[in-house]
Ligand binder design. Structure first.
Ligand code: 5GP
Ligand code: MN
Length: 338
């Protein structure tokens, strides 16, 4: 964050403010962890703050300290709306353009608050007056830690905040495995442990609380996997019928896409998941190495993200979507094989 924006933020927070904190739609561990950590920080500083999530989020994140206070824009619409409308400051965390909040974007666009973006996705748009955008960061949670440190309040990081920040760093780095995990990330993690983050407990709460039906759904996804060795690509499809058969709950498909990359020689993994209610297939893209799934998702599937992890969507049938997807692969043959 450059000094000008940091000073502007310091000035803004120097008196008590009404603040709305917003994660992206279908928030993940990083979005929930970063918004909660910031919320604890701002409340402790004497501000009035609320987190407004565009929609619900997975059960395996609901243990996080403060999670019971998060407003759901879909379910608590009036209260959520008035929070945004009355806010002096709107923090948007873990996303880079307002389209990422779905139907909530209209309410945000009509707000007269000062917008502050904290985010690590590529090609941020310019809706925020104060921007902290750094694509080299492992996670927005790591950025919230750095931000609090830059504001001179490192010592005010509580164990609640430490547990929230640890969670988001852990989930966004695939448990400290992805390329964006730096020595600084590990130093932040070490500090967080000193401040009370319980790493083993967090791993258990996130990864070892499966339901049997989720594992059966994973079995179905793995059976559906198609391997295109020529393009070092593996993709999975899950239809609404299959999701219903295995009693799909929000968050159940989290991480499924990564199984493609565990195959020897596979560098590009994709999952297409039907959402009948929205009439779309939600798509997750993952890669290893230089092949940019951010570019791929942005160019062909109305999406974006990071070089090695991105998302997008398709409004077409699964047959049409797969035909289109496979027709694109020859265009990237050189990149996928390099
Ligand atoms: P996931 O595949 O886990 O949903 O998302 C992977 C990454 O891409 C995350 O950082 C997420 O924020 C981003 N992402 C997911 N879906 C979209 C999308 O539709 N548009 C954009 N711009 N980014 C997305
Ligand atoms: Mn993130």
């Amino acid at each position: 964050m450059n000094l000008e924006h940091l000073n502007a933020l310091k000035k803004l927070l120097s008196s008590s403010k009404k603040i709305a904190i917003i994660p992206h739609k279908n928030p993940d561990g990083d979005a929930i962890g970063s918004t909660l950590a910031l919320w604890h920080y701002l409340i402790n500083c004497g501000h009035t703050a609320s987190i407004v999530s565009p929609n619900d989020y997975p059960k395996f994140l609901k243990w996080m300290p403060g999670a019971d206070k998060i407003l759901n824009f879909e379910k608590e619409n009036m209260q959520a709306k008035s929070c945004i409308q009355n806010a002096d400051i709107v923090f948007t965390l873990d996303f880079n353009h307002l389209g990422r909040v779905g139907h909530m974007s209209e309410t945000l666009e009509s707000s007269s608050a000062t917008f502050v973006m904290v985010d690590h996705h590529q090609e941020p748009s310019d809706y925020a007056k104060i921007m902290y955008s750094d694509v080299s960061m492992s996670s927005t949670c790591e950025m919230v830690y750095v931000l609090i440190k830059k504001l001179g309040d490192e010592n005010s990081i509580t164990s609640e905040m430490a547990n929230c920040i640890y969670t988001g760093i852990m989930t966004d780095t695939g448990s400290f495995k992805f390329a964006a995990t730096t020595s600084n990330t590990h130093r932040v993690i070490a500090d967080l442990m000193d401040k009370g983050a319980k790493g083993t407990e967090i791993h258990h709460r996130i990864y070892d609380t499966n339901s049997p039906s989720r594992l059966h759904l994973l079995g179905c996804a793995l059976k559906n996997m198609v391997i295109l060795q020529e393009y070092q690509t593996a993709y999975i499809t899950l239809s609404q019928e299959e999701l219903d058969k295995y009693n799909y709950q929000k968050g159940d498909t989290e991480g499924f896409v990564n199984y493609g990359l565990t195959l020897d020689g596979i560098r590009f993994a994709v999952i297409f998941i039907e959402n009948k209610e929205e009439g779309i297939f939600k798509i997750s893209f993952r890669s290893v190495g230089d092949f940019s799934v951010n570019d791929f998702a942005r160019k062909h599937f109305h999406g974006g993200g990071h070089t090695n992890a991105a998302g997008g969507k398709s409004d077409y049938s699964i047959e049409e979507t797969i035909t289109y997807f496979t027709s694109l692969l020859p265009l990237y043959k050189n990149q996928l094989q390099s």
